[in-house]
Design a protein around this ligand. Structure first.
Ligand code: NAD
Length: 492
């Protein structure tokens, strides 16, 4: 099937005439479609369309914009199952997780639709008589949304919905690996009658489409989720034109298990966090830090459970772990395993590309655990983005926190302990945007802020009330009804 860009309310071919294909990483003979490999000229058209649509869209009352979002949420809900199946086919996550991804998109869309009746500003007294002061939210303008493949419905909704409710217009560049999911979401907006030019979709690669979009002088804000390397590049594009830049980047998320923690509960949380979505969540647990008294015992339980995980096509209900997204990802993970072995870590299980039987049709990698990992190694420090867990031993609580924080990233974190004082200390001590107590590192809910500290971002947050903050600018209004010139700061 042939798909097109969506620009100014029309499905159009790209200026290049070139195309790329999207495949099922569990079985590469299954093709999800052909998509335009666009270029700067297509970006130009999309940004022009977003620019032309802006004034009118920003004047639509926000509750009316909310009604369109509500209609989109209803459609996505109706199509939850078919969208989830497409997602599993396109990027591999097992079906129950794909359903969760779509559900997160539905939740976000309903949640933000209702914000159309809030978008709260405030009033405050003036320091002068007969004067009113208010602060209201205004849209920022034309927003570039650049998204990764690992949450192909949820992450785009985190950006597009708050941008639209606030009256911004959007040009969206999704990851090429999940082009079909992007089409499915955009189609819904077309069907519910979003005015033309308000949301535009341009398919294509990072340097061909993402970079010209981020650099475009008429783009007022770049909202990017992806790797820290790309994020750094995009930040510079934004700096050059003084645009706002929102960055959600990588992670190296730790789970700490203390001696008083519930080990069986911890095993469940670790398996889910390390190997769910085949370790390809930004919040995936990739480091496990165990207090020495329970180190061997927990590892034993963990390896036993990990060995039982079944790899396969995510559409098969018996599958626990799906493929990784593509061949280069599979090769990168294999390289990290080699590095881990060279660095002297102890490989307890997994470690190989899995290609027995049907697995040879796709890009599978065995769930892998390294023990005795030391903090200065690459497998402790670098984001692998695959089913590889590095385990380290801690002497006590303080040592565990020191190890957990010994990374340049700071997205999610978790601690298992039954001791209330240590749990509360950890809430303060863990350097991360998100901390879970007695639960793994994953499980974000859309009405709370999401994002990280250190190299995981530049201080912004998605979702929750923060979403509205990100996609609006404050306008301050002074209304003087004294009928004389009044000067602030006591100037006579
Ligand atoms: P990526 O950085 O390779 O690509 C992300 C997007 O940026 C894609 O659409 C890509 O085409 C585009 N892109 C690539 N180069 C570009 C350039 N020079 N200019 C503009 N756009 C460009 O990341 P990925 O492999 O798609 O996703 C995995 C990464 O995303 C991981 O590092 C993961 O931790 C991170 N991630 C973070 C969060 C979060 O919320 N913090 C959520 C999901 C994923």
């Amino acid at each position: 099937m042939l798909f097109k860009n969506y620009i100014n309310g029309q499905w159009v071919d790209s200026s290049t005439g070139k195309r790329f294909k999207s495949f099922n990483p569990a079985d590469t003979s299954d093709e999800l479609g052909e998509f335009p490999a666009s270029a700067a000229r297509d970006v130009e058209q999309a940004v022009e369309a977003a620019d032309r649509a802006f004034t009118e869209w920003s004047r639509v009352p926000a509750p009316k914009r909310g009604e369109l979002l509500f209609a989109a949420a209803e459609r996505l809900k109706q199509r939850k199952e078919e969208t989830a199946q497409i997602m599993t086919r396109e990027m591999g996550k097992v079906l129950k997780e794909a359903r969760g991804d779509v559900q997160e998109g539905i939740d976000m869309t309903y949640y933000i639709a209702a914000e159309g009746r809030r978008l709260l500003g405030y009033t405050t007294p003036s320091e002068l008589p007969n004067k009113h002061c208010l602060a209201v939210r205004r849209p920022i303008g034309r927003i570039a949304a650049i998204t990764p493949w690992n949450f192909p419905i949820a992450i785009p909704t985190w950006k597009i919905m708050p941008a639209l409710i606030a009256g911004n217009t959007v040009v969206w560049k999704p990851a090429t690996d999940t082009a079909r999911c992007a089409y499915e979401l955009t189609k819904i907006f077309d069907e519910v009658g979003l005015p033309r030019g308000v949301l535009n979709l341009v398919f294509g690669g990072g340097s061909d489409v993402g970079a010209p979009l981020a650099k475009h002088p008429k783009v007022d804000m770049i909202s990017f989720t992806g790797s820290s390397d790309t994020g750094r590049e995009i930040y510079q594009y934004g700096a050059a034109k003084l645009a706002q830049v929102h960055l959600e980047l990588g992670g190296k998320n730790p789970i700490i298990v203390l001696e008083d923690g519930d080990l069986d509960l911890a095993v469940e949380g670790i398996i889910w966090s390390a190997f769910g979505t085949t370790g390809q969540r930004c919040t995936a647990c990739s480091r496990l830090i165990i207090e020495e008294g329970v180190y061997e015992k927990l590892l034993e339980k963990l390896v036993e459970r990990t060995r039982k995980l079944r790899l396969g096509n995510g559409l098969d209900p018996n599958t626990d772990v799906g493929p990784v997204v593509n061949r280069s990802s599979q090769e990168r993970i294999a390289r990290y395993v080699e590095i881990g072995v060279k660095e002297g870590a102890k490989l307890l299980c997994g470690g190989r590309i899995a290609k027995d039987g049907l697995l040879a049709k796709g890009f599978f990698f065995e769930p892998t655990i390294f023990a005795d990992v030391t903090p200065e190694t690459a497998i402790f420090q670098e984001e692998i983005f695959g089913p590889v867990l590095s385990v380290s031993k801690a002497k006590d609580y303080d040592d565990a926190i020191r190890l957990a924080n010994h990374t340049s990233f700071g997205l999610s974190s978790s601690i298992y302990t039954q001791e209330i004082n240590k749990a509360h200390r950890a809430m303060d001590d863990l350097e991360a945007g998100i901390t879970y107590i007695n639960s793994g590192t994953i499980g974000a809910e859309v009405h709370l802020p999401f994002g990280g500290v250190k190299d995981t971002g530049n201080g912004g947050r998605e979702a929750g009330l923060a979403a509205i903050e990100e996609y609006t600018e404050w306008k301050t209004i002074y209304i003087d009804f004294s009928q004389r010139l009044q000067k602030a700061q006591g100037i006579d």
